[in-house]
Design a protein around this ligand. Structure first.
Ligand code: GLU
Length: 399
């Protein structure tokens, strides 16, 4: 187990990052200088799916207390669709994607208006920031988002982030504000991430099942093996415990501890009380691009490696050269994320490919010097550079 937390290292640095001895457990949250708080639709809505301003206000009261205690707060909030249902005269949450996007577009402004009013009652200002997971990693976007968010925090503003639903629908479809929140935690160098949901903790089984008990602390993936998280999220939100745990693993693997609890227990949790589930960091800060590649990127194709290339990539951590690749699948462009699979089809790594799919067949199995001689300089480069490659330890469920 690691109880270290990250220092303010440069984002792209891979080694030698400062590791500060940290107190173990929940006091880390109480003492954090900067926290990212993610709240799901289900924690902000009435049972019939409409936005509940009372619940929103109760959450804001807790967050305003944190600000008063000197903590910087970044809020990642869903609830735009819920806020759009009433004004559009829809009976319930729409099912089709286009209407969900429309409702989110109508609701987002209203959602932020509620936050603006509720925080203003505490003398605090908010800023709306709409992001997609890819914004947290594409170089220019990442820098812009980092600069804007840091400045907002310096100015004492509470950024309220949601997915940009008109152009990206990952949250609507996969509950991915959970993962977005983990990536944002990395982007703003948060000291802790708080995931607020409609259950007060991770339980060993469905919370309603007799015999399920709260998991108070998790020190690594081994501690959640055997925990049954299959029951889906609420009817209102889109996430569920599976996406929560994905978010947790992105955050903890890059050095950020996570507290998972319900919105109603948030106040106690921030005070350091033994509520919810505390996930200790398991790794240390890494490049956000590689973090995205490992956890968030949707791959656009596959490269099939021969045994020698698998060994070179996995054991010797080399770049992937065209000579070791036997086939390529998918319609990717240079720079897209692809899976690297062994001869048996098992995924061994993910990487950003350096060529368009159409160029790859002519390169396969050929040495870089032959390619340079035949096709010219520029064709002697790696198919996937080692800096653009992450090894896959465990295969993620396909989407
Ligand atoms: N980002 C959307 C929202 O804020 C989607 C959330 C959801 O699916 O509930 O409403």
């Amino acid at each position: 187990m690691s109880t270290g937390t990250h220092g303010a290292g440069d984002d792209v640095a891979r080694d030698g990052l400062e590791r500060v001895p940290a107190p173990s457990g929940r006091e880390q949250l109480r003492d954090a200088a900067r926290v990212v708080v993610k709240v799901g639709s289900s924690s902000l809505t009435t049972p019939d799916g409409h936005l509940d301003p009372e619940r929103l206000r109760a959450l804001v009261d807790v967050l305003a207390e944190r600000r008063a205690a000197g903590q910087q707060v970044v809020l990642v909030s869903s609830g735009a669709i819920a806020a759009g249902i009433g004004p559009l005269g829809l009976p319930t949450r729409p099912r089709d994607l286009a209407t969900q996007q429309a409702a989110a577009s109508v609701g987002q402004g209203l959602l932020v208006a509620h936050y603006t009013r509720a925080f203003a009652a505490h003398g605090l200002r908010v800023a709306q920031v709409l992001l997609t997971a890819e914004d947290t990693v594409r170089r220019g976007h990442y820098r812009n988002a980092h600069r804007a968010l840091t400045r907002l925090l310096d100015l004492g503003v509470v950024p309220v982030i949601n997915e940009n639903d008109a152009v990206a629908t990952d949250e609507i479809r996969f509950g991915d504000n959970d993962r977005l929140a983990a990536l944002v935690s990395h982007l703003v160098r948060a000291d802790a991430l708080v995931l607020l949901t409609d259950v007060d903790a991770l339980y060993t089984g469905p919370p309603s099942r007799e015999g399920s008990v709260r998991v108070a602390r998790v020190d690594g993936p081994g501690d959640v093996e055997g925990v049954d998280v299959s029951s889906r999220g609420s009817a209102v939100g889109t996430g569920g415990m599976v996406t929560k745990l994905e978010s947790v693993s992105i955050a903890t693997q890059s050095g950020t501890p996570v507290l998972l609890t319900s919105a109603v227990r948030a106040g106690e949790a921030f005070a350091g009380a033994d509520v919810g589930t505390w996930f200790a960091p398991t790794g240390r800060r890494t490049s956000v691009r590689l973090l995205w590649l490992a956890h968030a990127a949707r791959t656009r194709g596959r490269l099939v490696l021969d045994e020698g290339a698998v060994r070179a990539v996995v054991e010797r951590r080399t770049s992937l050269l065209p000579a070791g690749v036997t086939a390529s699948e998918g319609e990717f462009e240079a720079g897209d994320p692809v899976e690297l699979v062994g001869p048996d089809g098992a995924v061994v790594a993910r990487g950003l490919v350096a060529y368009d799919a159409g160029e790859v067949p002519a390169l396969l199995g050929r040495s870089t010097s032959a390619l340079r001689d035949d096709l010219g300089p520029g064709y002697d480069r790696e198919l996937v550079h080692r800096d653009d490659l992450v090894l896959v330890r465990r295969r993620r469920a396909a989407r």
